[in-house]
Write a protein that binds this ligand. Structure first.
Ligand SMILES: CC(C)(COP(=O)(O)OP(=O)(O)OC[C@H]1O[C@@H](n2cnc3c(N)ncnc32)[C@H](O)[C@@H]1OP(=O)(O)O)[C@@H](O)C(=O)NCCC(=O)NCCS
Length: 148
């Protein structure tokens, strides 16, 4: 079944749930406080996927001049595989184009097949490998890039 969501720029009302989603995917990832601070940063771009009033996914990115970084993306487990992450990536890229960004970078755990597939589907290609970049557990980071 297709389960769609509305993608909006995140505001303070979304942050608690975004931080919970982040924690469920990356236990040592960003705290609620870090997301709140990012809301006040003009170079931060945080999108929320909202369905039935509930935040079911988010994308956290940032940009400087004509380069951007996709820092993290997550979708609530029960809403996965229904195109929500794809909608978030598209919204992020649409906004980046308006801002004059030309290149988007990201890094992903080598074993994270769903995320790597998602990025490949959206036109990202591998441009490097950082050995043992991640901790707990130690793992290589695959570096990916896309010209938008
Ligand atoms: C990665 C993640 C965000 C994908 O979210 P999603 O909403 O399920 O993704 P979508 O439904 O938009 O899928 C888009 C594409 O991603 C790929 N994909 C998504 N889940 C996949 C899976 N379990 N296995 C293989 N490919 C997958 C497919 O190419 C898919 O396109 P398709 O449906 O046409 O095959 C989600 O699995 C997640 O939250 N994972 C945990 C957090 C995480 O690892 N984030 C990335 C950190 S870098």
């Amino acid at each position: 079944m297709t389960q769609r969501a509305d993608v909006v720029r995140a505001d303070k009302s979304h942050i608690k749930r975004i931080a919970e989603l982040e924690k469920s995917c990356i236990p040592d990832g960003w705290s609620e406080n870090a997301f709140e601070q990012a809301l006040g940063n003009p170079n931060a771009l945080i999108f929320a996927a909202v369905r039935g009033g509930e935040v079911v996914g988010f994308l956290n990115g940032s940009y400087v001049l004509d380069e951007a970084e996709l820092l993290n993306i997550a979708v609530s487990e029960k809403f996965r595989k229904s195109g929500i992450a794809g909608m978030l990536v598209t919204a992020f890229e649409d906004e980046l184009r308006k801002l004059g960004v030309k290149t988007v970078y990201l890094e992903v755990r080598e074993s994270n097949a769903p995320a790597r597939k998602l990025y490949e589907k959206h036109g990202f290609t591998q441009n490097g490998l950082r050995k043992n970049y991640y901790r707990s557990p130690a793992e290589n980071a695959v570096l990916m890039v896309k010209m938008i």
